[in-house]
Design a protein around this ligand. Structure first.
Ligand SMILES: [Fe+2]
Length: 308
């Protein structure tokens, strides 16, 4: 107890009461400071960031140069107004398809499905929506959730792929069930040799754990066919410290490099993008890790794509 007291005494700057400031003014300043702090914390949890990125893809045909994907992730059973900013942002971006990378519900509460379906129905009215499962969906009741999504027009990719065509050209959109479940199989979604090498592949997966160097399960060989992987799951770390970044990954790895928490990075032959999600998750609190919708534009490049 004595140590704790002296630690606090040494390291915490104690606000000094300035003699020339009246107690009323000082009290008002403290209230103002605390109110600003609370407002900032609330804002960190409700603010929506729109990240716009361009991804150079080798062998992309001219027909797909400028192809635009909106990525949404980790809704966690929260209600999003179909007429709200989230849908508006996607509508205004003029996207060609919408990718939703799992965690539709949260913590075994199937009631979350009812909350998110009006928003999903709205997304379907904007552009074709493709989805994969997250770990929370499997913990809850994935077959029931998948049926609900299909019911409003979402195409659920469960270890499968579809071909998106423009004229005579195409790209492949593949999706695997959450790698944290026992059902995720890239080999099934994207069998080697079945995809013509010149056709770019975009992969949807909830968790990018295959790419984490500390993770025991490495990416399967089929990943070599993938030009761009879109993932979520991390919530951007959910709570970050200034200058130090995310404290932990969802799997408990302390102070992970940023590229395994959020944003775009080069991984092997392809790109990985990790979205911070729209919902809050179990800790129900975000700090310096704002909610996100990503607008991704594919760009044709003839030059080999370098590392970041
Ligand atoms: Fe999540």
């Amino acid at each position: 107890m004595r140590l704790a007291y002296s630690t606090v005494f040494v390291f915490v700057p104690i606000p000094m009461f300035p003699s020339h400031v009246s107690p009323h003014v000082f009290f008002f300043m403290v209230v103002l400071l605390v109110s600003a702090l609370i407002a900032w914390l609330v804002w960190e949890n409700v603010a929506l960031t729109v990240e716009r990125i361009e991804v150079p893809v080798e062998a992309l045909s001219p027909e797909f140069d400028g192809f635009r994907i909106a990525q949404v992730s980790d809704l966690h059973g929260q209600r999003f107004d179909p007429a709200g900013r989230e849908a508006q942002v996607i509508m205004n971006a003029g996207v060609d398809l919408i990718a939703v990378t799992g965690d539709f519900v949260h913590g075994n509460h199937i009631v979350g499905l009812r909350r998110i379906l009006p928003f999903m129905r709205k997304l379907v009215s904007i552009a074709p929506v493709y989805a994969v499962s997250g770990n929370h969906d499997h913990w809850t009741n994935w077959p029931y959730i998948a049926a609900g999504l299909k019911g409003v027009g979402v195409t659920v990719l469960e270890n499968s792929h579809v071909r998106i065509k423009r004229g005579t050209q195409e790209i492949v959109l593949a999706g695997v069930s959450c790698p944290h479940s026992r059902h995720g199989s890239l080999a099934q979604a994207l069998p080697l040799q079945t995809v013509v090498p010149v056709v770019p592949v975009v992969l949807l997966v909830h968790a990018a754990t295959w790419f984490e160097p500390w993770h025991r399960v490495k990416a399967p060989a089929e990943i070599k066919q993938v030009a761009l992987t879109l993932a979520g799951h991390t919530h951007g770390g959910q709570v970050k410290l200034p200058f130090l970044g995310a404290v932990t990954t969802a799997s408990g790895h302390l102070f992970p490099p940023k590229k395994y928490v959020e944003g775009l990075s080069r991984q092997g032959n392809g790109w990985l993008y990790i979205n911070r999600g729209l919902g809050q998750g179990g800790r129900a609190f975000r700090f310096l890790s704002r909610r996100e919708i990503t607008i991704i534009t594919l760009r044709r490049t003839s030059a080999p794509v370098g590392s970041t």
